[in-house]
Design a protein around this ligand. Structure first.
Ligand SMILES: Cc1cc2nc3c(=O)[nH]c(=O)nc-3n(C[C@H](O)[C@H](O)[C@H](O)COP(=O)(O)OP(=O)(O)OC[C@H]3O[C@@H](n4cnc5c(N)ncnc54)[C@H](O)[C@@H]3O)c2cc1C
Length: 119
């Protein structure tokens, strides 16, 4: 959730996009702006609000925690905090080898490795 962009804890480090442009949901563009207002982090009449990055990390975490809770019964969502070392095609889909020595097999893999300090 945090990635490189939202892991700073300094409150002076704010987003470079205003709250109304930072919704996590493409089909609900004001979701983050409402989240901020509902929790009193901004006032309705204060104009464009650039949230601290740590607040956005909190927003992302809340959404993820909520998803985990909602999918608990279905088993459709499994969070694994591990480095993935390789991805190989298999007859059934893909196999991802993790740094802890285990592997995960799935129908498909999405690479979403974001920004890194090294190219
Ligand atoms: C300094 C900075 C500031 C930014 N500010 C803004 C902003 O204000 N507003 C905005 O909209 N966008 C901003 N961005 C763009 C921002 O990166 C994207 O909005 C968004 O965070 C990207 O999400 P992501 O999930 O694709 O990648 P990330 O959030 O970068 O997440 C990728 C994750 O993959 C993990 N990963 C990488 N390799 C592996 C591996 N081999 N195995 C397991 N895990 C791995 C990483 O550890 C990381 O946690 C900023 C980017 C940077 C670098």
């Amino acid at each position: 959730g945090q990635g490189m962009a939202y892991s700073t804890l300094l409150s002076a480090h704010v987003l470079n996009v205003k709250a109304s442009g930072m919704s996590a949901y493409a089909d609900d563009p004001t979701h983050f702006a409402r989240w901020v207002l509902e929790r009193g982090f901004a006032k309705p009449d204060q104009g464009p609000f650039y949230a601290p990055r740590s607040l956005y990390a909190r927003y992302m975490k809340e959404l993820l925690d909520d998803l985990v809770e909602r999918e608990r019964e279905t088993g459709r969502l499994r969070l694994i905090a591990e480095e993935s070392l390789s991805i190989s095609p298999t007859p059934a889909g893909v196999e991802v080898v993790l740094a802890n020595g285990t592997s995960v097999v799935g129908h498909l893999a999405v690479l979403a490795t974001g920004h890194d300090e090294q190219p």
